[in-house]
Design a binder for this molecule. Sequence first.
Ligand SMILES: [Zn+2]
Length: 177
Amino acid sequence: MHIQTHFLLSWLVADQGESVSKRDLLIVTLCGVGPDLDGLGLLMDVKTYHLWHHTVGHSIFTGLLIFICIAFLMKNIRLATYASLSFYLHLICDFLGSAGSDGYIWPIYLLWPFSLEKFLNPYQWPLASPINLIVTSVAMLYVMHRASVKGYSPIILFSKWLDFELVKVFKKWFRKT
Ligand SMILES: [Zn+2]
């Protein structure tokens, strides 16, 4: 799915429970968006992109590594669980709906680096599908509604001031002034 969809869904995973710290929100959200860093090869050329995309960032072992690192280095099982959940949700979303407009089904190398077996979903819908648009729109509406209730939005990860101003708007929209 698109990066903005991953961002919104990861935020929803991150923002569970009361008084989640900004650090934890950032870590869990990044773990849901970060897998696509293996697509940065596109900055070099298409061949590098196709060689690396859906490999290191989309391996189940990377998710496991994230869990182990956070659980043991940060000694935080709760954070490790949400971070890996966010990561695996990204993989599921890509598996479901990230086909090319030409019908090309993106394989995911779930067992990378131990195996280069391609995992293909023959029912994968295109990235530009209305389904992805609906998922993104519903997630965005839900995120905005939650922001109006909780008093902060994902924008807090970038700017406290902008988040404050946006939440004011969301509160108006959802009549919570
Ligand atoms: Zn991805």
